[in-house]
Design a protein around this ligand. Structure first.
Ligand code: SAH
Ligand code: SF4
Ligand code: F3S
Length: 420
């Protein structure tokens, strides 16, 4: 990220921070959110710095998915609080939504707490803080969380972090409520962006020379945009099936599903390639894999978390599929897209996970033979359903299971790589 400092702003008598340092933790959603925040700040004349020592403001775009992720951010806030002079400190995103005003009590160095859907307010909130500072008044802490929707303007700033690739959000939030997961509580209800806005955003990336896009969402393949009235009908480019997913003509649609959105994106002039993350097995189908095979710009890459191979644990996790169903899906994917890459997420040590349950997970991991797998140790999350279950798999045992799966996956990844 560049250091953009406006020469005219280099006196203390300003209501805008001259050098905001943004630290990003967690998933691609947070990466995109940090980019959006940077863009909004730049548009309003704020300076951005990559050097934390130069910063008069530090924003931590933070993740709550596991305890370890949060611990790291609390410790960084402690470190920034000790800097002299102390910068204005903002806790932003999932952790802000999780802790709300209690974050101020826990870490008195925090001046600003802004939730995932409130990020559009950051420039104004910082102006207010710097205005009180300019008037030599005590900084009043600012809290803004719990907004149900994101405004479209959040996605409109020109700024992009990378020259050749960009993330484009297609859906926000999650309604799946997997029992272990905090995301539905911090990203809130599932919302789908209007396909016309998605198309416009991709076209604006292309104008900047960015020709590779990743479509983002917690559960992208549940995508479904419904126009609520006739004048909201969506004009999309691909003609309906059985066409070969291409064509220039525009059709009105009142509902656009995920496969239709992929067709629409595939048809955008000037786009070279695109992919999407993350998919949920309950919303994946051979029809989706066929579309992936057919759409020439779509990368043959699927991230499809299975989490556990034990049906008993899958049920406790509220995942909505069986291990047999998952294996069948994976086989279909390999059959329809033999050259495709397949990756997954797995959790070991979920409450009550026995050695047998664990071996079922190992069996599924080894039966599918993923190209990559991200293996996590279960971490209880506040207010989730699984938090009420006893976290009874000892730490050492979680470590052991984690290592066994990592070793097994490393071997599989190596073998698959050597074949290509
Ligand atoms: N929406 C995505 C990503 C969710 S978070 C999805 O559904 O796949 C990324 C991964 O973190 C999850 O797939 C899961 O494997 C892991 N995870 C989520 N909550 C967790 C928890 N409480 N403990 C350990 N791992 C967790
Ligand atoms: Fe979390 Fe499940 Fe939603 Fe993924 S699908 S974000 S694991 S609740
Ligand atoms: Fe973390 Fe929020 Fe992403 S909790 S994994 S940053 S959606």
């Amino acid at each position: 990220m560049q250091h953009i400092e406006k020469p005219g702003d280099s006196n203390k008598n300003t209501d805008r921070p001259r050098s905001v340092y943004i630290a990003t933790y967690g998933c691609q959603m947070n990466l995109r959110d940090s980019e959006v925040i940077t863009g909004l700040l730049l548009e309003q004349g704020f300076g951005i710095t990559e050097e934390e020592k130069r910063a008069d403001t530090v924003l931590l775009v933070a993740c709550s998915v596991r305890q370890h992720a949060e611990d790291k951010v609390w410790s960084e806030i402690g470190r920034f609080s000790k800097m002299v002079p102390k910068p204005v400190i903002g806790l932003i995103g999932c952790m802000a939504e999780n802790y709300k005003d209690s974050a101020f009590k826990r870490m008195p160095g925090i001046d600003l707490v802004v939730g995932t859907n409130n990020i559009g307010e950051i420039p104004q909130l910082l102006k207010d803080i710097f205005d009180t500072r300019r008037k030599a008044q005590d900084i009043k802490r600012k809290l803004s969380v719990g907004k149900a929707n994101r405004d479209e303007f959040v996605y409109q700033p020109e700024f992009r972090q990378e020259e050749n690739h960009s993330f484009v959000v297609i859906s926000e939030g999650c309604d799946n409520f997997c029992s272990y997961c905090i995301v539905p509580y911090v990203r809130l209800r599932l919302r789908h962006r209007n396909p016309e806005n998605i198309q416009k955003e991709i076209e604006s990336c292309i104008k900047k020379g960015i020709k590779s896009i990743t479509l983002l969402g917690q559960n992208v393949n549940a995508y479904q945009f419904k126009a609520v009235s006739q004048d909201q009908e969506i004009r999309i480019s691909p003609p309906p099936l059985p066409s070969p997913h291409r064509g220039r003509e525009y059709r009105s649609r009142s509902i656009v599903n995920f496969i239709q959105l992929l067709e629409l994106v595939n048809n955008i002039d000037g786009l070279r390639e695109f992919s999407f993350v993350t998919s949920h097995p309950k919303d994946a189908s051979p029809g989706l894999f066929q579309a992936m095979a057919d759409l020439e710009k779509l990368k043959k890459y699927l991230h499809l978390p299975f989490q556990s191979g034990s049906n008993r644990i899958l049920e406790l996790m509220h995942r909505g599929y069986s291990s047999k169903h998952y294996l069948e899906l994976a086989k279909q994917y390999r059959k329809i897209i033999p050259e495709g890459v397949l990756s997954t997420d797995v959790i070991v040590g979920f409450p009550g996970e026995t050695e047998e349950d664990f071996l079922e997970t190992k069996k599924l991991l080894e039966a599918v033979r993923f190209n990559h797998a991200y293996i996590f140790k279960y971490s209880p999350r506040l207010n989730t359903k699984a938090e009420k279950l006893k976290d009874d798999v000892p730490k050492d045992e979680k470590e052991r299971r984690h290592k066994i799966l990592l070793d097994s996956q490393r071997q599989i990844s190596r073998e698959l790589k050597s074949k290509t």
